[in-house]
Design a protein around this ligand. Structure first.
Ligand code: SAH
Length: 399
């Protein structure tokens, strides 16, 4: 039975929600005790019970739910989700008609009007990611809306709502339609990617780096030696190699990265033998490179926001300066460092400051060539700029 629960906003938060702020924070509501079941539809009202906005209750690391509409009488049903999904598809029209790119995001959470849910497209397959039990409770309604809005080969899902926002392994992420081959091959700007829709939390590529990969291939790689750290399946290395790099070196701690990276090279007809793929802690590799006096024309840094290995704990907000200093020391003069982070904990300004500090501490000099944030398909909500977590800076080392 469809039911809505009334929750009272603290007065100081009312204007923010009237103004379109999409995240329902824990602090903004007085009487959370009135709602117990995640997925409940909640009407946020002022202390005279005047309606402000409607949303759903779902606990995520970011907050306690998301606003869905400012219309009091709007029901959160299949129609409602169709009205969100259709414009989202339209916004990606260019992607759907581009034969050279068959993997992209079609629905980006609050940016497309439903926080806590993303939908990615992989050559006819749709991948839903649920970020809270709350949004997952609405699964049947969302699915019906999606199925009536698109033609699909198959639909898959990832649940990312255990206590730390990590992936929940169901052993089977298939939802309906046809099962995908493992892997399927998708294209990005003409380059092949092997994608595994049902093999743990990650499918093989991070779609939000598309523009960065293209830039490396088209503008920076030619004739260069490239070190790709935290390389995962080697996506940056593949694009560098296709851009004519002299040689790529990919370094990742995870054992699976070796076979996965080989596979990506192979399906793009690049000789793996001429590329180095190293399974090792990046911080050890830096020490080795310094000892051996190695240097590279291009160094890509794309660490996770937080990672713990046997010897190191890395946190982007605390340790990025240190990471940059390691990279600067093994970058040739005139070479380029591609510094990337997906940490939502700090801004582009702070990130630029990290770069400044790292060079200053080494008495170095640099210029910023260009920078990137999320690409078009990762649509950001006007009133929720912190949703634009990606920061990538191309730095030229002058000294
Ligand atoms: N740059 C990749 C994505 C990186 S994901 C891409 O564009 O596809 C983060 C990767 O960092 C994971 O593959 C993880 O195995 C690796 N990693 C985490 N800590 C590491 C460490 N200390 N040394 C090397 N790799 C590490």
């Amino acid at each position: 039975m469809y039911k809505e629960i009334e929750l009272t906003l603290k007065p100081e938060f009312i204007n923010e929600y009237r103004d379109g702020y999409p995240l329902i924070s824990k602090e903004s509501v007085v009487d959370w005790n009135k709602v117990s079941q995640e997925g409940a539809i909640v009407n946020l009202v002022d202390n005279r019970k005047k309606f402000i906005v409607k949303g759903y209750y779902g606990i995520q690391n970011k907050g306690y739910g998301w606003v869905l509409t400012s219309k009091k009488d709007e029901k959160i049903d299949v129609d409602f989700f169709v009205k969100k999904i259709k414009p989202a598809l339209k916004y990606r029209e260019d992607f759907f008609s581009d034969k050279n790119t068959t993997a992209f995001r079609v629905f980006n959470g609050e940016g497309d009007g439903i926080g806590g849910l993303t939908i990615d497209y992989f050559d006819g397959f749709y991948m839903l990611t649920w970020y809270s039990i709350g949004i997952y409770e609405l699964k049947e309604t969302v699915l019906e809306a999606l199925k009536s809005s698109v033609e699909y080969k198959g639909i898959y899902q990832k649940k990312r709502f255990d206590t730390k926002g990590m992936y929940l392994d169901d052993k089977d992420d298939f939802v309906c339609g046809e099962r995908a081959e493992a892997p399927i091959t998708v294209k990005e700007n003409g380059v092949n990617f092997a994608i595994y829709l049902d093999d743990g939390p990650m499918v093989g590529v991070f779609l939000d780096q598309r523009d960065v990969r293209k830039t490396i291939r088209d503008k920076y790689a030619k004739g260069k030696t490239v070190l790709n750290t935290f390389s995962y399946t080697g996506a940056f290395s593949i694009f560098a190699a296709l851009g004519g790099s002299k040689k790529t070196t990919s370094v990742d701690l995870a054992k699976r990265s070796l076979s996965k990276t080989k596979e990506q090279f192979t399906i793009n007809n690049i000789h793996v033998d001429k590329q180095d793929i190293i399974v090792e802690d990046v911080f050890n590799y830096f020490k080795y490179a310094v000892r051996k006096k190695l240097s590279f024309d291009m160094v890509v840094l794309d660490p996770p926001s937080f990672a713990r290995s046997k010897k190191h704990t890395f946190s982007a907000s605390k340790d990025y300066v240190k990471l940059l200093k390691e990279a600067i020391q093994i970058t040739t003069k005139g070479g380029v460092i591609v510094a990337s982070t997906n940490s939502a904990n700090f801004s582009m300004m702070t990130f630029r400051d990290f770069i400044k500090r790292a060079f200053k501490e080494l008495n170095g000099k640099y210029t910023v060539e260009e920078s990137f944030s999320l690409p078009k398909d990762f649509r950001v909500h006007d009133k929720f700029k912190e949703g634009n977590y990606l920061k990538v800076v191309f730095i030229r080392k002058l000294r």
